[in-house]
Structures are given as C-alpha cells and as structure tokens.
Write a protein that binds this ligand. Structure first.
Ligand SMILES: [Zn+2]
Length: 422
C-alpha cells in the first residue's frame, strides 16, 4: 500500500514538473564525467517568442549568440515561426555541443561543435513516400468535396484547382454530382504521415467537361499535361493576382482620375487589398525592379522575344527579387500597394506585344509547350501507368477514402476470404 502511494506521489510530482515545464518544453540530463552532465532540452518556439530568448533560458548570452549565428548560416532566421521545434544538447557547465532546429518534419538543421566552433548542416530524416488514390463526388463546392471528410489538405485542393485553372473555374463552374479522381503522394516518417506531396494524376468529370492531368517532367520542371501530352497550361495566367474587381480597363481615351485630363490607360487596374500577393504572369526574366515614376514600385518581366508584362504601384517586392533573375509562372514577385500616382490600392498591369501595350483581356494567349518529341515515348509509358490508376479508381473502395494500392489489395484479399467463408 505504502509503496503504491509513494509511486503515485512520485508520478504526480513528475507530472507537475512536466506540466510546469509545459508540454512544449522538456529536459533530460545524462552525466558524462564527474561533475559534468549533458542536458538535452527540447522545446518549441512559443507564440510571440524568439529563438534567442528561448536559448537564454538554458545557455549563456555568448553561447546563444553563437547558436543564432551558426543557424543563420544554414537557415533564414526570419522564417522561424511559433511551433518550430528545437533541441539543445549542452553541458551543465554551459557549452553547447549540438543544436537541432526542426521547423519541418522533412528536414532538420543541425549544429555540431568541433574544434572550430559550431558548424551546421541539413539532415533529411528517413522518410517514405507513398502513393495515395482517392475519388469523390462533389456535393456543393470542390473544397467541400475534397475537405468534407478530412480527405486532404487545403493546399492539395488549391493545387487541384490550379492544375485545371485554364480549363474551368472552380468557383463558378462546379456542379453537384461532378466527380474527381486524384492520385497524390504523402510522406511518412516512422509510419506517421507528415506531409502531402504532389498530385501525380488528376481527373475531373463534370457538366463543364472531362479533364485529365498527368504530372511529368519534360523540360526544367514537372508540369501537367493531358493524356495526349498537350500542356494544360497557357503561357500566361488569367490574371497576375486574386482581385476584387477591375477598376479601370485598357483604354486609349480615359479621363485620368488624378490629373483630370484625357489620357490613355494602356493597362488594366486590378483593385485588391494592399498586401495581396502579385505573381509573375508567365515564365520569364526580370528586367526591372524599382521605382518608375507614376507607377511607383514596379516590376517588369520579359517572357520571350514577343511578350513583356509590367506590374505597378506595388507596396513592396518579393524578397531578393532582382534584375536578371528568372521567374516562373505564378511565382511571387511583389504585393499590391498604392505607390506612385494612385488613388487607392490596386495593381496597374501592362502587357506588351513586341513593345506595344495591348489589352491583355482580349489577347488570344498561346498554350505552354507540349511534351517534346525527345520525351514522347517515356511520356506514353507514363500514360499507361496513369490509365491503370484511373482504372483502379473505378472501384468505390476509394470513394472518400484515400488509400494506397497495397491497402486496396489487402481489402480485396479480405473480401475474397470473407466470401469463401460464406
Ligand atoms: Zn492603371
């Protein structure tokens, strides 16, 4: 009895100690030589907290500075967020032996002490990438159809809509009863799902039409194609931002809102809240970043011999954006603002063909490049695999049930077994 009571007391105390450290912080101590031990502190950056201040709870100002500096060599300290995990291995006399920063389950940033001080490297934990199949029927919106039963994460839903953005508008053209099929990857560490990967195959069959997409790397980066190898993309986005409305159209005879004179407006004004992200309209090279008179903060991108786009009145630019840099379609280049001559926050967008401003909204935009002849045969092989996936997805096992092919096989075997038992 006495022993049990003691155990309960010890457990209770341990719990108290644990709770006082809070679930976000725990420490263990291992003796290494007489009088000195290594303490391992595991914690998370608290809301409103800074890594440096967290370090000061365990180690000296000098050691904290060393850790911050060494981490800064391999990780952008500004990207540290509340909830990011870390572990400090330090001796009880105050020397940091090792520091692990773990902002993402897929990568650790490790600092280790050597004779030259703390040196850092990136460590990729062992992970497994599994292929997951899923299908569903839309009841109201695409988002509800995919997210209704914790099927997948919002980013995957957005990517699905992005893939088919030139084929249909998922805000207005989705109808109840439309169906989708999805094959995507998911990353596991120690059998625990840690991250969604990319969409490998997507199919949408609805009132608007039937569309299929295959992820395939033909040129510099993977892209989406239909089963015949035609790119699903256009060379340019429909718009370089998510806007509220068009506040001024392309016109050669507009009354200028500030100068009160008739002046052509050779662009489109997209009204959007200040800070709205602005994306590169298409792949290209940045030819201007900076102040450009009445346009204020401006970016210009040359897409190819023919097409150039310009983005004006920006509040600011994407971090590190510079002239000469290549950008990809959809890549962040800046934020909506009202710098220069502007009456309210909006993007002044200009589109030029051979140096001449044209109305972007009435252009017949070229498609992105299709699968190249060099890769056509390997693409066709990929399509055969894709057809197998789509066939498997005919089975209602996958309906609102994301599962791997192995899980499907196990289910089939169990089903066969139960039928023979009957
Ligand atoms: Zn304008």
């Amino acid at each position: 009895m006495k022993e049990t009571a003691l155990k309960t007391l010890v457990a209770g105390l341990a719990l108290l100690v644990f709770l006082s450290l809070s679930a976000r912080r725990a420490a263990r101590v291992f003796p290494i030589r007489p009088g000195v031990a290594v303490a391992i502190t595991e914690g998370e950056i608290p809301a409103g907290g800074a890594l440096y201040n967290e370090l000061l709870r365990d180690i000296s100002v000098n050691e904290s500075l060393q850790v911050s500096r060494a981490l800064g060599e391999i990780y952008n300290i500004r990207r540290i967020r509340p909830g990011d995990a870390y572990s400090i291995y330090h001796t009880t006399d105050g020397v940091v032996l090792k520091f692990i920063f773990d902002p993402d389950p897929m990568i650790n940033y490790v600092l280790e002490r050597s004779s030259e001080g703390l040196a850092g490297y990136e460590e990729i934990p062992e992970f497994e990438e599994r292929t997951v199949l899923l299908k569903g029927v839309i009841e109201s919106s695409l988002y509800a159809g995919l997210a209704g039963s914790e099927i997948t994460d919002p980013a995957t839903i957005m990517r699905f809509a992005d893939i088919f953005q030139w084929q249909m508008d998922f805000l207005t053209e989705v109808r109840a009863g439309d169906q989708f099929k999805l094959v995507f990857t998911k990353f596991y560490v120690d059998n625990k799902p840690v991250k969604y990967g990319r969409i490998l195959v997507a199919e949408y069959s609805g009132k608007r039409g039937n569309y299929q997409a295959v992820n395939f790397q033909d040129r510099d980066y993977p892209d989406y194609y239909d089963l015949d190898g035609n790119s699903l993309r256009k060379q340019f986005l429909r718009a370089p931002l998510e806007y509220k409305r068009i506040s001024s159209h392309f016109s050669r005879t507009r009354m200028h809102p500030i100068h009160r004179v008739v002046r052509p407006h050779l662009g489109i004004d997209y009204a959007a809240p200040s800070g709205t992200p602005v994306s590169a309209l298409g792949d290209g090279r940045v030819t201007f970043v900076g102040w450009r008179g009445g346009y204020g903060n401006t970016v210009r991108i040359r897409h190819n011999q023919t097409y150039t786009s310009q983005y004006g009145h920006l509040r600011g630019f994407a971090r590190g954006l510079k002239v000469g840099q290549t950008v990809r379609q959809g890549e962040l280049i800046g934020y909506v603002g009202m710098t220069g001559t502007a009456t309210g926050p909006h993007l002044d967008f200009r589109f030029e063909v051979n140096g001449v401003p044209v109305n972007f909204l009435t252009q017949n935009l070229p498609s992105a490049e299709n699968i190249s002849a060099a890769n056509l045969s390997s693409f066709k092989e990929r399509v055969l695999e894709v057809r197998e996936y789509l066939d498997l997805l005919e089975d209602d096992f996958f309906l609102a049930n994301p599962a791997t092919i192995e899980e499907f096989r196990t289910y089939q075997e169990e089903l066969a077994l139960s039928q023979t038992e009957l």
